[in-house]
Write a protein that binds this ligand. Sequence first.
Ligand SMILES: [Zn+2]
Length: 261
Amino acid sequence: MKMKLVWDDYIKPAKLFGNLYFIGIRAVCTHLIDTGDGLIIIDPGYSESLYIIINNIWELGFRPADIKYIVVSHAHHDHMDSVGELAAMTGAKTFIGKDDLPLLTGETFQYPIKPFEPDVLLEDGDVIALGNTEILCVATPGHTDGTMSFFFDVTDGKTSYRAGMFGGAGTNTLTREFLKEHNLPFENRQKFVDSIHKIKKEKVELFLGNHLTDNHTREKLPMLGKSTVNPFIANSREEWESFLNKRLLHLRQMIEQEPSE
Ligand SMILES: [Zn+2]
């Protein structure tokens, strides 16, 4: 999806809990973690909306110059086209799943992207540590080969919750047309299923979206601070499981509905 009017995509940034903030736009999630020793940005998003992300960082009282790490869920334009620019501005270190390197280098092609040179290629089980934060990176191939899911504790100084994000929930890259067009193996579908089963076991007390519809970010943001219930935490465990189950169901239905060849 190419955005034309990015300013229409603006959403007011917000603290989700403790040291975790939503700074994304309508089309895609961007999150900021204040580690106490610098900032981590997860998926800075499109190039066209980078100025909104920068604005949001200032608006929350942080300085873009304090960004130390930029972590990318997978090598599709909507999550990472701005990484190169943001890294150049801030000197931040960049992280992405090792198996998405061919997409970054152009060795394989799915969507047009603005490549960047990653500093760290993540492998399954790697931990990204900065300040008070340790992000567990779990390889969840399927949507792309190198899709990474992230799990980490967030804290307000008194209470901690385990945040979790499935780094690539879309079945758009698993349709028969897409697989054939891009010469991808049909086993990617089984990898997607296996990835979901793998992360379903993770304890998730604060379910983060990769896209806003995953965890109903847009509906939840206006509810923040309206009561003692934090909408991002309230039913997270159940929502996480039901979201993952729905992705499995969605894939199964998609395959069932494919016309026979
Ligand atoms: Zn994607």
